[in-house]
Design a protein around this ligand. Structure first.
Ligand code: ADP
Ligand code: MG
Length: 696
């Protein structure tokens, strides 16, 4: 039977397992699988054979170049293209690609943020093949996913700690499962990232320096119509957008990315794409590739894809929900399962998750901190800056009952009667989704809703994986210390005590309410409202000890990450401030002045004729005082920004940005936005929200 178009094209540009089986000699394939699946060291002979097969495959698909594709601390992907071309010396060429070229690259690392890490060691950086993520072809370039490290092996990227955290979690989770009599070959995390984005017209984008330079509108009064009619979410998709989405799906499918769901989101012009979940680091690679394709393909349809967390004030911003679970040989460990003994194992993992999030709420918050995401968290459209866990109607009563019942009776332990025979079916039907919770259990996975739309999801998953690895080890130790008691009794007690000790993090109510903020304060939960507040967690001694214990990040690497994030925040705010000053002086003031001038001329001309409009006269006065105010506020913003830039270290710069620069930005914006509704449309220098958000 002939394949349908999608099945035929799916993964066409991905060097899949099937391609490797077909093209590699059997022993080579087997060895490579041991490298990929069991973490065995890679031998150069094998690398040479794989490189050859990969190149032949890529040439057949029309590729001319190869690149090591990596994720520096900026979070976005980087690449440098080298052609396969090798001169034979007689004027002819050979298309060659060696095992060494596959395994290791040496980009000029000095132009990537290192948080000061590289300066203390060596300027060189290496990209190292990550064989767990398949190679792919993008625009005639064979892309090899890699990790990026310094000469001495320090992580200079987002991927290295992610891979390390996956290794740590796998090792510790296997120890837990062994106690339940299970010996899975592999334990992995699964991630399904739901990507939100905006699409606007290219011509509008091109007329807005703020969008071009910072990814968001720094000015703009509220549109006449916002999202109050609640008509956009899941609404019929506009034809242009639909064409874009179709092309995007096709391109992603060719790359083997399992794009599944597409729909309109809450804000006008806002949309979402959700793929089917994949293994941790592969899901993140695919998300980055998806984001890149979105930007590129939008241009084919006269559109621009905005991935900033808050492109427009007054309507919702964009997030990226990180659906997360843990799986043993393909079996989801957060699936309650049909048998009571599965329930106990499930409850152990659930309890460990709750404890991990409670103990490291500060790190979870840190992992999503950015200048862009500060506009969302706590702004009544996204979860608050307070991390809490939602368990839902089905599970919360179970947990409450477990906590209240202090003593564990032997009889109960032997039959493992949890008193909740309905647990599995109830959970499966649990469609109760509290959209205001930052970390929600949604039936068989957790959904972390704090990440911002433009961020690389590695950071939150590094924190989550490492924090859960720690809890796994605690559980194993807890059981070992009680080896004279039956395992099931001990495991049950662990579940009770863990839920009891971490009850404060569980919250099923409305996360957007001010009562919750007060309640969370009483419970002692951290409420880190801004990026500078949140970043401090990276330098906390307990947190450093956690990452060092599991070999995920060293103190030096953490310090570098702190510096890189702090610098990035200050630089972004500084660019926004400069852009605002520039737009105020060179776009808004001249426009307002021109309108006021035209009006004044008209007023004078009319006065000669003996007619006068009070409104026109008042408007000239209003515009004139507005110009003075805008000019003055731009001066103040410039001063605040240069004061922040002059501060000696990035942490201090961040504090000044947070406390002074942002306030000055808001004041300038308020004045310009207040003038927008009284300036004639054809004088206004940039497209307005009404235009940008409502196009056909
Ligand atoms: P929502 O109501 O939030 O849209 P969906 O059921 O559509 O929820 O799932 C959202 C995302 O969660 C999808 O990307 C899906 O593949 C992913 N997902 C489902 N199961 C798992 C799992 N076990 N691990 C990780 N992600 C998962
Ligand atoms: Mg979701």
């Amino acid at each position: 039977m002939a394949k349908d178009k999608v099945s035929a094209e799916f993964g066409e540009l991905l060097f899949t397992d099937a391609d490797m089986q077909e093209r590699l000699p059997k022993p080579t394939y087997r060895e490579l699988m041991q490298v990929i699946k069991d973490g065995k060291a890679l031998d150069l002979d094998i690398a040479n054979e794989v490189a050859h097969a990969m190149k032949e495959w890529a040439l057949e698909k029309g590729a001319t170049h190869f690149t090591h594709w990596f994720q520096p601390l900026t979070g976005i992907t980087s690449e440098k293209h080298d052609s396969f071309l090798t001169p034979n010396g007689d004027g002819t060429i050979l298309m060659a690609f060696s095992g060494k070229e596959l395994v290791q690259g040496e980009p000029d690392a000095s132009s990537f943020p290192s948080g000061g890490l590289r300066a203390t060691f060596e300027a060189r950086g290496y990209t190292v093949w990550d064989p767990t993520s398949p190679a792919f072809i993008k625009d005639e370039v064979l892309c090899i996913p890699t990790a990026f490290i310094s000469y001495t092996g320090e992580a200079l990227d987002k991927k290295t700690p992610l891979l390390r955290s996956q290794v740590a979690l796998e090792a510790q989770a296997k120890r837990v499962l062994a106690l339940f009599g299970r010996e899975p070959h592999r334990v992995t995390t699964t991630i399904g990232p739901e990507q939100e984005y905006f699409l606007i017209k290219e011509s509008d984008y091109a007329a807005r320096p703020d969008l071009i330079l910072t990814g968001r509108t720094l000015f703009g009064c509220a549109p006449v119509k916002g999202q109050e009619l609640e008509e956009h979410y899941f609404g019929a998709i506009r034809p242009t957008v639909n064409e874009f989405m179709k092309e995007l799906d096709d391109e992603l499918w060719k790359l083997g990315i399992p794009a599944k769901t597409k729909h309109n989101e809450v804000a006008p012009c806002q949309h979402e794409l959700a793929p089917i979940f994949e293994e941790g680091s592969v899901a993140i690679d695919d998300n980055l590739l998806t984001m890149e394709k979105m930007k590129l393909l939008a241009s084919h349809h006269g559109l621009v894809c905005l991935q900033h967390e808050k492109p427009f004030e007054y309507v919702n911003g964009s997030g990226k929900h990180n659906n997360w679970s843990i799986s043993a040989d393909g079996r989801n460990l957060l699936e309650p399962g049909p048998h009571p003994e599965d329930n106990l194992q499930f409850l152990v993992f659930l309890a460990m998750l709750v404890a991990a999030v409670d103990e490291h709420a500060d790190l979870m918050r840190m992992s999503v901190a950015s200048a862009g995401n500060d506009h969302r968290l706590g702004a009544n459209e996204a979860p608050p800056a307070i991390v809490s866990v939602f368990l839902g109607d089905a599970l919360s009563p179970v947990v409450d009952a477990l906590i209240k019942k202090e003593s564990v009776e032997a009889a109960e332990a032997t039959t493992i009667d949890l008193g909740i025979p309905q647990l599995p079916p109830v959970l499966q039907d649990n469609t109760d989704r509290n959209r205001t919770s930052p970390f929600a259990f949604t039936g068989n996975k957790f959904e972390f809703r704090m990440p911002g739309s433009q961020q690389n999801l590695s950071d939150p998953n590094v924190v989550l994986n490492t924090a859960v690895a720690e809890q796994c080890e605690r559980f194993v130790d807890y059981v070992a210390a009680r080896s004279d008691e039956p395992f099931l009794t001990v495991a049950m007690r662990f579940v009770r005590h863990t839920f009891r000790d971490h009850q404060r993090i569980i919250f099923d109510g409305n996360g957007y309410s001010s009562e919750w903020e007060e309640e969370a304060h009483r419970r002692g939960l951290p409420n880190l409202k801004t990026t500078p507040d949140a970043l401090a967690a990276l330098m906390d001694a307990d947190n450093i000890a956690l990452f060092e214990r599991y070999g995920v990040l060293t103190e030096a690497e953490l310090h570098a990450r702190f510096v890189a994030k702090a610098e990035q925040y200050a630089k972004l705010i500084n660019i926004e401030a400069n852009c605002m000053v520039d737009m105020a002086r060179r776009l808004y003031v001249p426009a307002i002045s021109s309108y006021a001038g035209d009006l004044a001329t008209a007023v004078a001309a009319k006065a000669e004729l003996g007619v006068a409009s009070k409104a026109e006269k008042a408007l000239v006065a209003r515009l004139t005082s507005g110009i003075d105010a805008v000019w003055h506020l731009a001066d103040e913003l410039e001063e605040a920004a240069s004061k922040a830039s002059a501060a000696t270290n990035p942490a201090e710069q961040d504090m000044l940005c947070r406390d002074e620069v942002i306030a000055a930005m808001e004041a300038l914006r308020a004045e310009v936005d207040a003038l927008e509704p009284v300036v004639g449309d054809r004088w206004w220098p940039v497209p307005t929200y009404n235009t940008m958000l409502y196009y056909v």
